[in-house]
Design a protein around this ligand. Structure first.
Ligand SMILES: Cc1cc2nc3c(=O)[nH]c(=O)nc-3n(C[C@H](O)[C@H](O)[C@H](O)COP(=O)(O)OP(=O)(O)OC[C@H]3O[C@@H](n4cnc5c(N)ncnc54)[C@H](O)[C@@H]3O)c2cc1C
Length: 414
């Protein structure tokens, strides 16, 4: 493992830092990430669009995108350095992760030249926001079991069905959509991939209210929605292969664990609050617990450094990066629970004004379970680690090669 920047990486870091210093305020200590991007009102969306355009004009948008599509053509490690530096300044909520991290790379890999020209520039400039319409009520981990349909009608396809957990759909102009175009084909073979206009007639978006009152994701209903064949990505029936490109990019973009735990925040809190009239930090059991979190966070950080070292050497990190999300999610959840307990009575309130640290601990505690599900649940990550890192036998697949219409979809009827 190599912990230091190479001279080129150090120069890149200085350039990034200099631009960020000139164009943004430092991040306040108690400014926590909006984990699910759910506090989106018109003003914050406008702020997002301004910040993205500013970065685009200065050449800091779409760092790893090729120059021919308006990106910087930077390396994966430069992208990591940029993200490290950008996280130190006060920025709007992240609404472009799905578009720039998943939709754009998929269009680059499978779209026609016309499709790329039409969608990529506005996506990168941040003027059009994109969402991912994959999951359905009966298809999440087993995504290929999806049931929404596409039926060809002249130059159009007619879409019917329901998607769910669609992050940010309510603020999006476009979405990537996988639907079943052939129920007679085997599960993975009968799917086709489209781009859908979120304002098309027949698209109905219903926000889902979460445990913390936020509305980060939605149900999306399709009733006879028409999509022109020119908005199909890849061949008819080849949607699974296109979707895999999106999912590989999703895993790469969230492999880090959704913000690893930072025990410095807990130390600060332990100095502020009191137990039995003394600062909590003076209690040995509190110090020991924070030390344990520090050790777990360091283990995670050093494991993450293996990925960074691979990126720095131009290698592609392997399935072991699933460890970061798996271990990081549990760690942040445990730390948030401890933060809430440490705050005593104030820990019981989830209110930015009255709770300590602007309710950071409560927000993390309520948000992390969602992040432990999104982009691969803990159990699915364990399966990946078991099969692809440890080489254990794969799961039994009873539906392999069976036509989708012949796969039982529920309990047997009497
Ligand atoms: C915050 C958040 C944002 C999201 N954003 C989007 C989005 O923008 N677009 C989108 O399309 N989807 C989105 N999703 C949906 C997400 O992809 C799914 O929730 C996820 O894939 C799990 O699917 P599921 O909810 O249907 O659960 P299921 O797949 O039904 O799983 C239920 C339980 O069974 C376990 N399980 C399932 N299969 C196995 C197995 N083979 N082995 C062991 N255990 C198993 C799971 O781990 C889980 O505990 C989002 C979800 C969240 C929480």
């Amino acid at each position: 493992m190599d912990f230091n920047d190479t001279p080129e990486e150090a120069a890149f870091r200085t350039e990034a830092r200099t631009w960020l210093k000139a164009n943004a305020e430092p991040r306040p200590e108690d400014d926590d990430a909006d984990l699910l991007g759910e506090k989106l009102d018109d003003a914050s969306v406008a702020w997002c669009k301004d910040w993205q355009k500013k970065k685009y004009d200065a050449g800091w948008a779409g760092l790893t995108w090729p120059k021919e599509y308006g990106g910087r053509g930077a390396s994966a490690i430069e992208n990591v350095i940029w993200k490290q530096e950008e996280s130190k300044v006060h920025t709007p909520p992240e609404i472009y992760g799905i578009g720039l991290g998943m939709c754009g790379p998929t269009l680059m890999a499978h779209g026609t030249e016309e499709q790329k020209k039409r969608w990529l520039p506005d996506m990168l400039m941040g003027q059009e926001v994109w969402c991912q319409l994959f999951s359905e009520p009966a298809a999440g981990s087993d995504l290929a079991g999806l049931r929404s349909t596409a039926v060809r009608d002249g130059d159009d396809w007619v879409i019917n069905g329901q998607k769910i957990w669609t992050t940010g759909a309510q603020i999006c102009e476009w979405g990537i959509l996988v639907v079943r175009s052939d129920p007679n084909a085997a599960k993975h073979a009968g799917l086709t991939y489209f781009v859908v206009n979120m304002n098309a007639p027949g698209v109905e978006i219903r926000p889902i209210t979460q445990i913390n009152g936020g509305q980060g994701f939605n149900e999306v209903f399709f009733t006879d929605v028409r999509i022109p064949d020119s908005d199909r990505i890849g061949e008819v029936g080849d949607g699974w292969r296109v979707a895999i490109t999106t999912l590989m990019n999703e895993r790469a973009s969230i492999g880090g664990g959704g913000g690893a735990g930072n025990s410095t925040d807990l130390l600060r809190l332990a100095r502020e609050v009191e137990i039995n009239g003394r600062p909590a930090i003076e209690d040995p059991s509190i110090r020991q617990q924070i030390a344990r979190f520090y050790i777990r966070a360091k283990g995670l950080q050093f494991t993450g450094n293996r990925t960074l070292t691979a990126l720095s050497r131009g290698q592609t990190p392997g399935p072991e990066s699933s460890l970061g999300k798996l271990v990081g999610g549990v760690l942040v959840q445990d730390m948030s629970e401890f933060g809430i307990e440490l705050a005593g009575m104030a820990g019981m309130m989830n209110d930015e004004t009255y709770s300590l640290d602007k309710a950071m601990w409560q927000e993390r505690f309520l948000g992390i379970p969602g992040l432990r599900i999104a982009g691969g649940t803990d159990e699915i990550l364990r399966n990946i680690i078991a099969e692809r890192v440890l080489g254990l036998p794969p799961e039994v697949r009873l539906d392999k090669g069976v036509a989708f219409k012949d796969i039982p979809s529920g309990p047997p009827t009497q």
